[in-house]
Design a protein around this ligand. Structure first.
Ligand code: 1QQ
Length: 377
């Protein structure tokens, strides 16, 4: 089985399940040694997503290796995909064939998972998305999992709340047309607008990497919408928000889950005020588990965790629990345990999977206020 040939291949690697170092099976009371690969957007325009994920994973790693001493030792192997499909494919191939990992966490973007997920699936290696929110992720195959709440749940929750509280009737849409996540978010926004009986006054697109959005936003503003619905990653999304305010748009701005990172406040500045998004995680949540996590995260990194750190943190707890239940670091056994996961409660809420391994969970709606997201109520 030769998969993902675009990486240049790695034909001499041991086949999956034959017990290389990352899969060292433990028997009777021996400490299980599990090497897990991580593919993250660690450099480039979305590096803050990857950094948050790495921070969440490393915090969980320290806690878990301490708590599971003598039973399970996890080692993480990080690879930077730079947010590129090709980078994600290469990283997945390397982790599976060279590092012989038992499973992979990531990659960060839905588009990367659409490209690299099939490679892991073909190699019968569990791959676990922690921020892939597009429709269709789980359709890649039965080795593909995710704990990230789909936009199909998050966006309608935010839009309903905004319609109720801000009395929206007319909306304009803008999205990045060359990013799978942004395109999916846009489709959800449009379908939800139609379902809620909102009038769509105009639509516009841009490409990731663009820096000038004046033409599109001028056109959208002329149609007098009550709200601007933005489906984008944080860099372009924040610049769109900033420009819209500069052009004098005073209505509601609502975005997808790409906005759930503090970089939004850095890039958009005061223009972020009032921005509405849905997220499965809020560091403000009055919950013991959440507050213990926030405290530990702040002690280690001197800042509050975002959604991406929280979902990353939860994913390693899920891996750990599933590896312990499997009793060995084996790809097939781990897949079986992950598929059976029921009612896991993490810092990003309660999680269970439907029959297609899609996560079921709740979103909370938050609004940007004075440099942070607070509950929208
Ligand atoms: C996806 C996302 C992005 C916002 C991850 C950073 O949700 O690509 O699915």
């Amino acid at each position: 089985l030769m998969v993902g040939c675009s990486s240049g291949g790695n034909t001499s690697a041991p086949a999956a399940g034959e017990g290389g170092s990352g899969q060292a099976a433990s028997t009777d009371g021996q400490e299980i040694q599990a090497k897990i690969g991580v593919v993250g957007f660690l450099s480039g325009s979305g590096a803050a997503y990857g950094e948050a994920q790495k921070a969440g994973l490393e915090l969980a790693l320290g806690e878990l290796n301490e708590a599971n001493k003598g039973k399970l030792k996890i080692e993480l192997k990080f690879e930077d995909s730079a947010g590129e499909k090709e980078g994600a494919i290469n990283a997945v191939n390397k982790l599976i064939n060279q590092d012989n990992v038992v499973a992979i966490i990531g990659p960060t973007l839905s588009g990367e998972m659409f490209a690299a997920g099939p490679v892991a699936n073909e190699a019968e290696t569990p791959i676990f998305g922690i921020s892939n929110t597009s429709e269709g992720i789980n359709d890649i195959g039965e080795y593909v999992f995710r704990n990230s709440l789909p936009e199909s749940i998050a966006i309608p929750t935010a839009m309903k709340a905004a319609v109720e509280k801000n009395g929206l009737k007319k909306v304009a849409l803008i999205h990045a047309s060359n990013d799978d996540f942004s395109v999916n978010g846009y489709k959800v926004m449009k379908a939800t607008a139609e379902k809620l009986g909102l009038e769509i006054t105009s639509e516009a697109t841009f490409a990731n990497g663009d820096v000038d959005f004046s033409a599109q936003l001028t056109k959208l503003k002329q149609t007098n919408p009550d709200a601007l619905l933005v489906s984008a990653l944080y860099k372009e999304g924040s610049m769109v928000v900033k420009k819209a305010r500069e052009l004098g748009f005073t209505g509601t701005i609502l975005g997808g889950n790409g906005f759930n990172n503090p970089k939004v406040f850095e890039i958009a500045g005061p223009a972020a005020e009032g921005l509405i998004v849905a997220t499965p995680f809020s560091p403000e949540k009055k919950d013991d588990k959440v507050q213990a996590f926030v405290k530990a995260f702040e002690a280690k990194y001197n800042k509050k965790p975002d959604q991406f750190a929280a979902q990353a943190y939860d994913s390693l707890y899920i891996m750990s629990q599933s590896l312990l239940a499997a009793g060995k670091a084996d790809r097939e056994e781990l897949r079986g345990q992950l598929a059976q996961l029921k009612d896991f409660t993490g810092v990003s809420g309660k999680l269970s999977f439907d029959e297609k391994r899609n996560p079921i969970g709740d979103a909370v709606v938050v609004v940007a206020k004075e440099g942070k997201f607070v509950p929208f109520e």
